[in-house]
Design a protein around this ligand. Structure first.
Ligand code: NAD
Length: 357
């Protein structure tokens, strides 16, 4: 029997100052929950993303590294969360090729410390059945698809990059803590996210900002790699739906049912910018093919039938709508992205020439 969740909840969100985490924090507060954001503020964090809630009585921030068990215990004791949404991670595949150690440290070891801190807290409270530890993961743990087929909740794990291998490791730890210790876990594997407040090192913001600056638009290899794309606010909605309604132990694959080749994404952004900034059209003249990423997965696609059938969730935006909203957000929010362009590694091609360990 599923124990009904206490709503509103006090939710401990890790990585809440990042791209997806900030969308989750903003929506959770809109939904009436209390949020404690645990984030150590790496290069990928953007505190401005949470400016709208920084002084909200339902929001609290703890600058804590998830590898610091003592500090985690103090956060759990001070805030007594009803649930954890664990998003903190090193998330950029190219950086994982150049420097895998940070990925093992945060994604594997950090998740271990989160699980142990959560388990200790949960046991100390008498193992409440309505506690949840929701681990947010990626479809990249399933490897690479050919031209047909889709990932779903039963797909065999086959990670191929240091990033996806460390996320796979964290997924296994979370399931083991559910099976072995009875911790009420939830696990979601989502496809590529895009939308407002994405750090300017990922394909879509890089393309928008380089096009605005008249710089080359780098396409890895032929640009034929296919991804399924989900608007970040639709992902945040899916995550809060799973947290509040799914049975403990459940896994869901989350996707936007929006497959596109990288070259088509870049071309679509160019077309939107041709409309918004006709003076610089055609932006597609800036497209430049560069050396491919080593081990670049060919295709990801998600079959989201289970989350639709069980929880009635489906994405609200098409890729065309979401891309137009995203381009407009970057056009309107230079104050958000300009300072981030000075951070280490931004605007530099990473992941092609790994140094010896
Ligand atoms: N971006 C995507 O397309 C995508 C898709 C599916 C799943 N995910 C998963 O969703 C989660 C969030 O992804 P994102 O794109 O928002 O990442 P992001 O890189 O934008 O943000 C990560 C956040 O975690 C924080 N963080 C990193 N290491 C930390 C540590 N040791 N202690 C505390 N905080 C730390 C950073 O400061 C940052 O605020 C990740 O777990 C990622 O694997 C991402």
């Amino acid at each position: 029997m599923t124990i009904p969740m206490k709503i509103p909840m006090t939710i401990l969100v890790t990585g809440g100052t990042g791209f997806i985490g900030s969308a989750v924090v903003l929506q959770a507060i809109r939904d009436g929950h209390r949020v404690i954001n645990v984030d150590c503020l790496t290069y990928a964090a953007a505190t401005e993303s949470l400016a709208a809630v920084a002084d909200h009585p339902a929001y609290a921030f703890a600058q804590v590294d998830i590898r610091d068990r003592t500090a985690l215990d103090a956060v759990f004791a001070a805030h007594a969360p009803d649930a954890v949404m664990h998003l903190a991670a090193e998330s950029h595949v190219d950086r994982s090729i150049d420097g895998p150690a940070a990925f093992v440290e945060t994604n594997v070891l950090g998740t271990f410390h989160m699980l142990e801190a959560a388990r200790s807290y949960w046991v100390s409270r008498g193992k409440p059945a309505d506690f949840r530890f929701h681990h947010i993961s990626t479809d990249e743990v399933f490897g690479s698809l050919g031209e047909t087929g889709m990932f779903d909740e039963d797909t065999r794990y086959d990670p191929r990059s240091p990033y996806s291998a460390t996320k796979a490791g964290s997924d296994h730890l979370v399931r083991a803590w559910g099976e072995t210790y009875g911790l009420p876990i939830l696990l979601t594997n989502c496809s590529n996210n895009y939308g407002p407040r994405q750090f300017p090192e990922k394909l879509i913001p890089v393309t928008i900002l380089n096009a605005l600056a008249g710089k080359p638009l780098p396409i890895y290899g032929a640009g034929l790699n296919v991804r399924d794309w989900l608007y970040v606010e639709d992902h945040a909605d899916a995550l809060l739906t799973v947290l509040t309604r799914a049975a403990p132990g459940a896994t869901y694959a989350i996707g936007g049912e929006n497959e596109a080749r990288n070259i088509d994404i870049v071309t679509a952004i160019c077309a939107i910018l041709d409309d918004r900034r006709p003076d610089h059209a055609p932006h597609a003249r800036l497209i430049t093919h560069v050396t491919d990423r080593p081990g670049h997965d060919a295709r990801y696609a998600i079959d989201p039938s289970r989350i639709r059938a069980d929880l009635g969730w489906q994405p609200s935006l098409t890729l065309e709508q979401g891309l137009a909203q995203t381009v407009d957000w970057y056009l309107d929010n230079a104050d958000w992205w300009q300072p981030l362009q000075d951070r280490a590694g931004v605007g530099v091609r990473l992941g092609t020439a790994p140094v010896a360990p």
